[in-house]
Design a protein around this ligand. Structure first.
Ligand SMILES: *Cc1c(COP(=O)(O)O)cnc(C)c1O
Length: 361
């Protein structure tokens, strides 16, 4: 028997989540964000499953776009941070990509470029994220300069929301108002919303939405938000019990003896650890499921193993399956117990973990 740790990827759930995103988007088009190896889910199978449903794919760099093109995907692809150096525009041209233009330097690179076909540019306003984007004063002049260039094709105006995952936060309203005020007079397509914007801020839908995390079934708004019930988890990180032992009260478990048994405790050793991407900082009590029964992590996570409480799952045996996150154990709950977010859990699943693709189709 081989190591039982794997990430099962449910492509039907992925398509379900995209349909939900499209329903929320109405007539707006959808950039399915598949950067970072589709948030750890495997970019080629994920993108192939979404061809014909998504209007475009969003990636972080030319290398990620090239991987999609090499796998035969001919749909529009948007570089979410644009190019990092002027010579990359040659690849943008060759691969037929669209690119964000977020700063003066990138604008100059576009001005100097002589592509074979028009460059589609997503001009970015910094409406308050204060990471990428032109200032409100610089945006309209940049837009006019860009649209006057013969080598530029379509232009979309975009911005990114810093606090859209906080539904009661007035900061998002301020960002939306600023974007509207700056772009107000221009007849041009707009894009503002990633998953949180799409799920919680109907005014942010615009002409293009850019959902990422929600496609993978985790809501950025927390499991208490109604969107949690509408999304289906795509990744199940699972492993199996490789040892079961009974410990007496007072006995510690694992490195550092972080957990000390308060009662007679049955412990299950699971073949998954931080070298698989399970967060080392997960606290005692982090949920896990053994044979579908909810239980909890006890003891510090090791490189290749972790330990769970089987006291309330007394029938559990070596070889039984353990879900670390998925349909029963929400990735958001595991992330909260490890002081992180589901994005980091998904993107952190290492190459040691085989991805196994499932779909009814
Ligand atoms: C990553 C990214 C997204 C997707 O964000 P989610 O929170 O995963 O939906 C959208 N837009 C931009 C510019 C991004 O970089």
């Amino acid at each position: 028997m081989s190591r039982p740790t794997r990430a099962r990827i449910d492509l039907d759930a992925l398509r379900h989540n995209l349909r939900h995103a499209k329903a929320l988007a109405g007539t707006a088009r959808v950039v399915a964000v598949v950067k970072a190896n589709a948030y750890g889910h495997g970019v080629v199978p994920v993108a192939r499953a979404l061809v014909g449903q998504a209007d475009a794919f969003g990636v972080a760099c030319v290398e990620e776009a090239a991987e999609l093109r090499e796998s035969g995907i001919s749909d529009p692809i948007l570089l979410l941070e644009g190019v990092f150096a002027p010579d990359e525009i040659r690849l943008v041209d060759q691969l037929g990509l669209s690119m964000v233009v977020h700063c003066r330097e990138q604008l100059e690179w576009v001005r100097a470029a002589r592509p074979a076909r028009p460059l589609n540019c997503w001009l970015k306003l910094d409406s308050g994220m204060h990471r990428l984007g032109l200032t409100p004063e610089a945006l309209v002049p940049a837009y006019r300069a860009l649209t006057a260039l013969p080598q530029v094709g379509e232009v979309v105006l975009m911005t990114h929301l810093a606090r859209a995952d906080e539904p009661d936060q007035p900061y998002t309203s301020r960002q939306l108002a600023l974007f509207g005020a700056v772009c107000g007079g221009l007849k041009v397509q707009r894009s503002l919303a990633s998953s949180a914007g799409l799920l919680a801020w109907p005014d942010a839908v615009g002409d293009w939405v850019r959902p990422g995390i929600m496609l993978y079934g985790a809501t950025p708004l927390g499991d208490g938000h109604p969107s949690a019930a509408r999304l289906r988890p795509v990744m199940t990180l699972e492993s199996a019990l490789i040892a079961v032992r009974d410990l007496a009260p007072g006995e510690p478990i694992g490195y550092g003896g972080r957990f000390v048994c308060a009662r007679p405790t049955r412990v299950g050793v699971v073949a998954a650890g931080y070298a698989d991407g399970y967060p080392r900082h997960a606290r005692d009590g982090t949920p896990a499921a053994v044979n579908g029964h909810l239980t909890r992590l006890i003891g510090r996570v090791s490189m290749d193993m972790l330990t769970v409480d089987l006291t309330e799952v007394p029938q559990a045996r070596v070889g039984d399956s353990v879900e670390l996150w998925g349909a029963r154990v929400s990735a958001n709950a595991v992330a909260a117990a490890a002081d992180t977010i589901s994005y980091q859990l998904f993107t952190g699943v290492t190459s040691r973990v085989p991805r196994v693709y499932e779909a009814i189709l």
